[in-house]
Design a protein around this ligand. Structure first.
Ligand code: ATP
Ligand code: MN
Length: 480
């Protein structure tokens, strides 16, 4: 057996008392031909390996360079140096893989920028920042499952390839095996998808919601957590072409139940990370502080990362209707001084992200849940309110991010749903299976979608969504 190692995170919790251990990892630095900072990704803290002078060959010592991989066995003892509790006094050091330090793409002394690290995303896991981000991302994902499992929700895997492009959530990526030249065509010149793999046009999914509703109307409470794809050409710090979404769908829920669940869910997963990843949150808080030192005073966050997360846990989200939001925006000094790039034209307008951010960051200074939106700017499946103008939709807006959740109570009344589909030119025939839920034992139900990367951004304080997913897919970029 090769692997009898102790992970460094675990090792650092021990009281050093001459225990014999084996560790494996990658060299972060090597000082004075004697002190190796070794990291194995379990924590940002390194174990200091001491290679006593004279004990090891020069030939071996020369191979201990940045990012070389080592297997080290020895004895742990209280450290004589400052800054660490223990040293690993090496008996044997084996180089598992050499690394040419000059060619290694990440030279820490050059203070690589986040932009540069995106170009070497295959190696950026080995930096403290990305190690912390991805450990937090893992913990959030784990907490998502734990939250729903505790509440008796079923995890449903909805399809990645779909034939319905009816949802209208965004531009879709086509899935096809048809040839580009000599594409089979119908007489009228359109592509003949009958010749395609699925004998119809198919796309990558933009949302698992419609299939999620099928499951919710049998199991009661379900959720999905999977990749979704949008070919939207928006090059922003909060849009990806491939992102992960969590979509719970609950039978017997109205809009208020839906908001309550979403708020409890967000708080739960933040609390989980605060409880289990405090080291990483402290590191990321410090990183953000350093980053913001470059900014003018008025552009810096009012709260540190940890304070912000604690604040969110302690306070109720601000809930207000779309109509109330429009009034606030209209009467704001910001609007009167024409500081919005997109003017507030009045009731019925779609809110731009600058408007959402004004409400969250300037007006309420906490997460906001906006609900009851004009039906003209929302999807066909949202439940129509009695006023004939609005639908039971809700968006959750987070400081620094903007929209993090989009959800609604669903229209469960067949006649109203069909009528709305016709008005919005959604093909009623194609969605026969969706409408069957309304034909056979329809129930009030609701659900929402939380963009997982936006949540990771919120919790880690990373400004760009490309830095919270391992290998981002954005317009013009699909390396690695
Ligand atoms: P936005 O207005 O920010 O583009 P949206 O209204 O298109 O969002 P929904 O269709 O409601 O978003 O999707 C649900 C959630 O998925 C959003 O609240 C957001 O958190 C996330 N999301 C949507 N589009 C993207 C994207 N391109 N990249 C990453 N996350 C996204
Ligand atoms: Mn969008």
């Amino acid at each position: 057996m090769f692997n009898k190692r102790v992970k460094i995170k675990e090792l650092l919790t021990w009281e050093p008392a001459q225990q014999e251990v084996t560790v494996m990892g990658w060299v972060r630095s090597f000082r004075n031909n004697q002190f190796i900072a070794l990291n194995d990704g379990s924590t940002n803290n390194n174990i200091q390996v001491v290679a006593e002078l004279g004990r090891f060959d020069d030939a071996l010592l020369k191979r201990i360079s940045t990012s070389a991989s080592l297997r080290v066995s020895g004895i742990i003892a209280p450290s004589l140096g400052k800054g660490q509790k223990m040293d690993l006094m090496a008996h044997t050091i084996e180089v598992l893989g050499d690394s040419d330090a000059e060619k290694y793409p990440i030279q820490l002394r050059n203070r690589p920028t986040l932009e540069y690290l995106r170009e070497v995303a295959h190696m950026r896991f080995r930096t403290n920042t990305f190690a912390s981000v991805f450990r937090v991302r893992h913990a959030l994902a784990f907490a998502v499952h734990q939250f729903f499992n505790e509440k008796g929700f079923l995890y449903i895997h909805t399809p990645i390839i779909t034939a319905s492009d009816a949802e209208g959530a965004g531009e879709m990526f086509r899935v096809t095996t048809l040839p580009f030249d000599n594409t089979p065509r119908n007489e009228d010149g359109t592509v003949n998808f009958k010749e395609d793999f699925f004998e119809r046009a198919t796309n990558l999914t933009v949302s698992g919601q419609l299939e999620g509703e099928l499951a919710a109307t049998a199991f009661g409470d379900i959720y999905t957590f999977g990749p979704t794809f949008r070919a939207e050409n928006s090059n922003t710090a909060r849009h990806l072409a491939e992102f992960w979404m969590i979509e719970p769908e609950m039978a017997f829920y109205d809009l208020e139940d839906n908001m309550n669940l979403a708020e409890a869910f967000i708080k739960y997963i933040i609390q989980y990370v605060m409880d289990h990843n405090s080291e990483d949150i402290d590191f990321l808080a410090q990183r953000l502080l350093e980053e913001e030192k470059q900014l003018p005073q008025d552009k810096r966050s009012e709260m540190g990362l940890k304070e912000k997360l604690e604040f969110v846990l302690k306070n109720d989200f601000q809930r207000l209707t779309y109509t109330e939001a429009i009034e606030i925006l209209q009467n704001s000094n910001y609007n009167k001084k024409k500081k919005f790039q997109f003017p507030i034209t009045g009731w019925g307008m779609d809110l731009q992200s600058e408007h959402e951010r004004y409400l969250v960051e300037k007006e309420f200074k906490k997460p906001v849940i906006l609900y009851n939106y004009p039906r003209e700017i929302k999807a066909f499946y949202m439940r129509q309110n009695e006023d004939g103008k609005t639908v039971a939709a809700m968006d959750i807006l987070a400081p620094g991010i903007g929209e993090i959740v989009g959800g609604s109570q669903r229209e469960e009344r067949l006649d109203k749903l069909e009528q709305r589909m016709k008005e919005m030119q959604v093909p009623v025939d194609e969605l026969w299976w969706y409408l069957d839920t309304r034909r056979f034992g329809t129930v009030p139900h609701a659900g929402f979608g939380l963009g997982f990367e936006r949540m990771v951004q919120f919790v880690t304080g990373m400004g760009n969504i490309r830095d919270v997913i391992a290998f981002p897919r954005t317009p013009g970029s699909a390396e690695f």
